[in-house]
Design a protein around this ligand. Structure first.
Ligand code: PLP
Ligand code: LYS
Length: 443
């Protein structure tokens, strides 16, 4: 195999190459061959890219932060046993937002002590489970605190408080979370009462503050501002006698490049900016350095994955556009229809061919808006071509649905020329598993 070049290093996984046949190769595996072997649509995760992202977060914190630190993988981006196990091998803990994500992390071998449970409407069962496995519960509201108080009667529970800092970022409206009008967290005017409640409730061990201001952010300053703002409360917590109050969790949110024009900061720049803000603020306020936590999701798993599809039908509307249809769509990637998200694509079997056609890539769902890419340049696609979309690791599989009763795709992790299944494709039995046909309706 003659390895040549990758189509665009900034959009493909790190290990991507083009072989002598003009096929895309990821993790040493021919993507066309993977599609043939495992079927399409297929999520293909490049182990190298995922490990490299984890390494960059961990090393940047070590380089720029003189205090203790911990990176948590925001598993909402993609909760999967193998992915949780892999990031944990790289030294990461887990941010979970449901008992399902908590259970996945635990079964992947992540100790409860390295799991933080979020959620704006946790059930009592979720809180009790988190307490049982010694996870930290991130209290989002007063109901959480009341439930925690009841759950902690036997054993103390570690509690972090989520704050809505009133700091905004420029991203899609649906994925902003730091502004005052957000469903998440305690607004600042309540924080004094929350800390006083925790000081008066010794079975709840208040460990610190959390804020997350939004996702797919290309800005640096608001993330530093959040860290500074939260630190102002640490002296107040100390004055209230909260002796274990020493963790500052700045959330996640770093954006990634989906299309050529995207220009996100690097992981190192993001971490450096936050670390410097924390160190300066601690010096100015004569505070001890807290344990610094961050919770990236998209920037870890997003760039590591591509989705492979098979091209099917074509429709040309003369003078308007050409639609080409693939065998997946909004059910395996709901981001374009939900957020107007944009992606980049290639034909994995024709990487050296000229991109001489402008086409719109439609999914196979009964929905006009089921379009994954609009007016993109590709070699003129033909039935049977293997179309790949880049940067699909975050919020694709984790938000996938069975709309139109399509089974959700399989996923493989690739590296060193090997591929391993990390998610089996759903079949017709899976789709019908939960349906019940009452006796009186049977004919
Ligand atoms: C509380 C919390 N932490 C972390 C994240 C991860 O964000 P991202 O995937 O943008 O890094 C999110 C999602 O936006 C979140 O809600
Ligand atoms: N699902 C969103 C991100 C949500 C982040 C979770 N708070 C996306 O695809 O961009």
């Amino acid at each position: 195999m003659v390895a040549a070049r990758s189509p665009n290093q900034s959009l493909t996984p790190l290990s991507a190459l083009i072989d002598g046949q003009g096929h895309l190769v990821v993790g040493g595996c021919d993507v066309v061959e993977l599609a043939r072997r495992f079927g399409t649509p297929l999520y293909i995760v490049d182990e190298l890219t995922l490990r490299e992202g984890c390494r960059q977060y961990v090393e940047a914190l070590e380089r720029y932060y003189p205090g203790p630190s911990q990176v948590l993988y925001a598993s909402k981006a993609w909760s999967n046993l193998a992915i949780c196990a892999l990031v944990h091998l790289c030294g990461l803990g887990i941010d979970a937002v449901s008992e399902g994500e908590l259970q996945t992390a635990l079964l992947a071998g992540v100790p409860g002590q390295q799991i933080y449970l979020h959620g704006n409407n946790k059930s009592e069962a979720e809180i009790r489970r988190a307490a049982t496995v010694r996870a930290t519960v991130v209290a989002d509201n007063w109901l959480d605190l009341q439930t925690l108080q009841a759950a902690a009667s036997d054993e103390p529970v570690r509690v972090m408080v989520r704050v809505t800092p009133g700091i905004d970022i420029h991203t899609h409206d649906y994925i902003r979370t730091g502004h005052v009008d957000s469903k998440f967290g305690f607004n600042l005017e309540d924080l004094g009462d929350v800390l006083a409640f925790l000081a008066a409730t010794p079975q709840l061990v208040a460990v610190g503050l959390h804020a997350h201001i939004g996702s797919q952010s290309f800005e640096l300053a608001p993330h530093a501002d959040v860290a500074k703002l939260l630190l102002e409360w640490f002296a107040k917590a100390a004055a209230l006698g909260l002796a274990d109050f020493n963790e500052l969790n700045v959330g996640g949110g770093l954006g990634i490049r989906y299309i050529e024009a995207d220009d996100p900061p690097s992981i190192e720049q993001w971490v450096q900016t936050i670390c410097e803000a924390v160190v300066q603020a601690c010096e100015a306020q004569r505070l001890p350095l807290p344990k610094l936590l961050c919770e990236p999701g998209r920037s870890l798993v997003g760039p590591a994955c591509i989705t492979a599809y098979t091209v099917g039908s074509t429709k040309t509307v003369p003078g308007v556009r050409t639609y080409i249809a693939i065998d997946g769509g909004m059910s395996d990637n709901p981001r374009p229809i939900t957020y107007g998200a944009r992606y980049s694509a290639a034909l994995a079997n024709r990487m050296n061919d000229e991109r001489s056609a402008t086409v719109t890539v439609a999914g196979k769902h009964c929905e006009s808006g089921d379009v994954l890419l609009r007016d993109v340049d590709l070699p003129p696609p033909e039935k049977g071509d293997c179309l790949v979309i880049f940067g699909t690791g975050a919020y694709n599989c984790s938000m996938a649905s069975n709309y139109n009763r399509l089974g959700r795709p399989a996923a493989v992790v690739v590296g060193g020329g090997d591929s391993s299944l990390i998610l089996r494709r759903e079949d017709l039995d899976d789709l019908l598993r939960c349906d019940c046909l009452p006796l009186r309706l049977r004919t």
